[in-house]
Write a protein of this length. Structure first.
Length: 87
């Protein structure tokens, strides 16, 4: 395995990490901004108000995106296994 192939595998792994983390990060961002906007509009400055809805939203999004994440990881593993077998 030469340096270009190692960089290719590393780039694919980083892109896979972004794809796996992206949906949960976007959900957390949307929920956090909407709760922050709600707090600013109603002048409720309770710090613990943010945590429960954000945790629940991330948990639900994790349940929804888990099959997609599993298929992405499975495809990456098949690619890695094919490269190992081709050596």
């Amino acid at each position: 395995m030469n340096g270009a192939e190692v960089l290719d595998v590393g780039r694919d792994a980083l892109w896979l990490t972004i794809q796996l983390c992206g949906p949960m990060l976007l959900v957390a961002l949307v929920v956090g901004v909407s709760i922050g906007l709600f707090q600013a509009l109603t002048q409720i400055q309770e710090q613990t108000l943010v945590y429960a809805p954000k945790i629940m939203a991330i948990f639900v999004s994790l349940l929804l995106f888990l099959p997609v994440m599993g298929s992405l990881l499975g495809g990456f593993m098949r690619t890695i296994a094919a490269r190992i077998a081709g050596m």
